[in-house]
Design a protein around this ligand. Structure first.
Ligand SMILES: *Cc1c(COP(=O)(O)O)cnc(C)c1O
Length: 375
């Protein structure tokens, strides 16, 4: 938990008093005045550095146990910057069930800039080892993955990568820094879509990269400034506000999810539940199983009817909000996947992914119970 104060000084020259603010003010200014013509100190132009972004980045670094954090204008900007620290000819190993936006980024954009990608099922570490070539410069992972919560051994991959000079990047969006800290497990970069649990209110889009290495940090800063990928001032302020309740939100959401898991795993209308609570690799690298759970209906024809019966969860995409969000991967996030690949990954009609919010758990379980009964 982070107890650093966010007071700022306001100098009231009229009364000759200095005030401390309880909360960091929003500094809506694109430029900052220079104390002298040749001064190189302090803020100058908003894209380079500004007080709200700096405050947020300090907090993100502490949360993720890293030295340097960079706030980006989306999770995809953060992932783009992380991958653009590599150069043409470099080979990067990706997960075969990577987030859809990341798939689009590597397949259509970064490929044109000479980066090579191989995607493998990383839940089996030997697949990763087999994919390493002389040009391999990074292993990128998502654990647990979307939507079937497959687990990759972060320490195991870092042990293979380290001695070969291969960088390890972990998309830690699903676990948040409260649930899992990739940098402490040997990763070089932790990336986040802060649009999800970090902001938690389904109201802003943001991303982050946290690192320990000073030279990676310099590259990320250069990309953030040169490409204009930094998070906007208002959203920095807003995300900073939302982070103040992350601990409470995450605690309630994860406790709720454990109870929903207990409820769903023995339910006669549920064929399968995906949640890494009993996965020994996951539980050795994370504090708990998280707040995203997927499950398959026994009767796959009932998907629409089940969704129609539910009163509490929002039926939508995205995750990490204070409200529970139920997604149907087959018709949303994974609708462009070829049929055979989709079925092989378990993304069928009856599969739902639930991001569990902070609602009263009895209300949630009652709602799921009646929907499963009446569908
Ligand atoms: C949402 C998400 C992203 C992309 O983040 P945006 O903020 O939408 O750009 C990347 N990775 C994961 C795991 C996500 O859930």
């Amino acid at each position: 938990m982070d107890y650093s104060k966010e007071t700022d000084m306001i100098i009231d020259s009229k009364r000759g008093v200095d005030y401390q603010t309880a909360n960091q003010p929003l500094y809506y200014s694109t430029a900052f005045l220079r104390p002298s013509l040749d001064s190189e100190e302090g803020y100058l132009y908003v894209r380079h550095a500004n007080p709200n972004r700096e405050k947020l980045e300090e907090k993100l670094a502490r949360l993720e146990h890293g030295k340097f954090a960079f706030a980006f204008n989306s999770g995809m900007s953060a992932i783009s910057a992380a991958l653009m620290t590599f150069s043409p000819g470099d080979h990067i190993i990706m997960p075969d069930d990577m987030y859809g936006g990341t798939y689009q980024l590597v397949k259509t954009v970064l490929k044109r800039f000479g980066l090579h990608f191989t995607s493998v099922d990383q839940s089996n570490i030997s697949n990763v080892t087999d994919a390493i070539t002389d040009d391999t410069k990074a292993i990128y992972m998502e654990t647990p993955s979307n939507p079937t919560l497959q687990v990759t051994d972060i320490r195991g991959i870092a042990e293979i990568a380290g001695p070969r000079g291969i960088k390890v990047i972990v998309d830690n969006t699903f676990m948040t820094p409260l649930g899992q800290n990739p940098l402490l497990l040997g990763a070089d970069m932790a990336v986040h879509s802060a649009t999800k649990f970090l902001s938690g209110h389904s109201d802003l889009i943001a991303g982050a990269v946290v690192v320990n290495d000073a030279s990676i940090s310099e590259q990320l800063q250069e990309l953030q400034v040169a490409m204009g990928l930094g998070l906007g001032t208002y959203d920095c302020w807003m995300l900073n506000q939302h982070l103040k309740t992350l601990t409470l939100r995450w605690k309630q959401s994860t406790e709720n999810t454990e109870k929903i898991y207990d409820f769903l795993k023995d339910h006669q209308s549920i064929a399968q539940v995906y949640y890494p609570a009993e996965d020994s690799v996951h539980m050795s690298q994370a504090n708990h199983a998280g707040a995203v759970i997927s499950f398959r209906l026994e009767n796959e024809d009932k998907a629409q009817s089940f969704a129609d019966q539910l009163n509490i969860p929002l039926i939508s995409v995205s995750l990490g909000g204070v409200e529970s969000i139920l997604s149907h991967p087959k018709t949303s996030s994974h609708k462009d996947l070829p049929e055979d690949e989709r079925v092989e990954k378990g993304i069928t009609d009856g599969l739902f992914r639930l991001s569990v919010g902070i609602e009263d758990i009895e209300d949630l379980i009652t709602d799921f119970g009646q929907a499963l009964k009446n569908m």
